[in-house]
Design a protein around this ligand. Sequence first.
Ligand code: NAD
Ligand code: ZN
Length: 352
Amino acid sequence: MGPTKNLSAVLMKKGDLQLVDRPIPEPGNGEVQIKIHSVGICGSDVHYWTNGEIGDFVVKAPMVLGHESCGTVSKVGEGVDHLKVGDRVAIEPAVPCRRCKYCKGGRYNLCKDIACCATPPYDGSLARYYVHAADFCYKLPDNVSEEEGALLEPLSVGIHACRRAGVSLGSVVLICGAGPIGLVNLLTAKSMGASKVLMTDIDAGRLAVAKTLGADHTVLVDTKDAKTLAEKIENLLGDAPNITIECSGAPPSIALAITATSSGGCVVLVGLGPSVVELPVVDAAVREVDIRGIFRYVNCYPTALAMVASGTVNVKPLVTHRFTLEQALQAFETTRTGADGAIKVMIKCEEN
Ligand code: NAD
Ligand code: ZN
């Protein structure tokens, strides 16, 4: 470990986020050291902060938060030949074993031996310097900014979900929940050829943002009666959606996703809420509505980067707030409360 000049946003324990100066990590074999430029805050970072755990992942020791990140290579470890000092890179945060049947089968996101930034016990990248596997770093072309590089992380979730859903030319898509994840699914579905996208939310402000980002229709969820909502959705779309991407995790919304999807269609579960939920499964069974899950993304970063670099997908409007690393607590508070229309909050880790 080198000198300590590595200000880092450390979750000491549940509810206790502190800025701590830590040693600068040195890159090992196959790794690069990255001077972090931008880190987006994700709902899961906030959740670890407020709850200290997500499912089976429990914060037991101090952990650096942040996993939607981008920076500049500052040191190159042995055995790395595709990156050099000065390259700007987007960081794919979850690094698998590369040897198990899932990794070898191309579904490395399902690897049981995966180390992901800011998933306990692994440190995240909300710091001045961070070390990562070089093969999970993607060099940005000059026309892609560091903030866009950080946004490849949520965009990759949208790409994986839309791929699993089978979105293609002419798809009619319902997206439940218009948070950052619902919105990246909107951008992806549109660019994959969806003819119509309808978004739901319980928050009118978020639906207004969805409209500006290209949603054809929006429905404000003001009742728990799925049948009424499904009818409203079908009337607006002119047909029941053949694909529904559930991005809220709210149990009534998952139920609506099944009810609203046309027979023979597909529901993709992106939102993660309570682990056990009551659902209309017989309706799904007899109408052959497929229910699929997704976990993060796999083989999506190169696609996400290509889509942003070519201008096909514009992720810039997702960023509503910017803070410095020193203001991390304020940034987390803004994400937690969604104050003043916050969608994606960015933290700039590089000093001016
Ligand atoms: P978010 O909390 O910002 O967005 C969720 C949105 O759903 C909010 O706008 C909320 O108002 C809305 N909502 C709540 N109840 C609703 C209802 N009944 N009907 C319609 N909308 C409703 O979160 P986010 O960052 O956008 O993430 C969305 C979800 O995706 C979270 O559950 C997150 O854990 C999950 N996620 C899953 C993966 C994965 O790999 N499966 C990856 C990233 C995020
Ligand atoms: Zn593996």
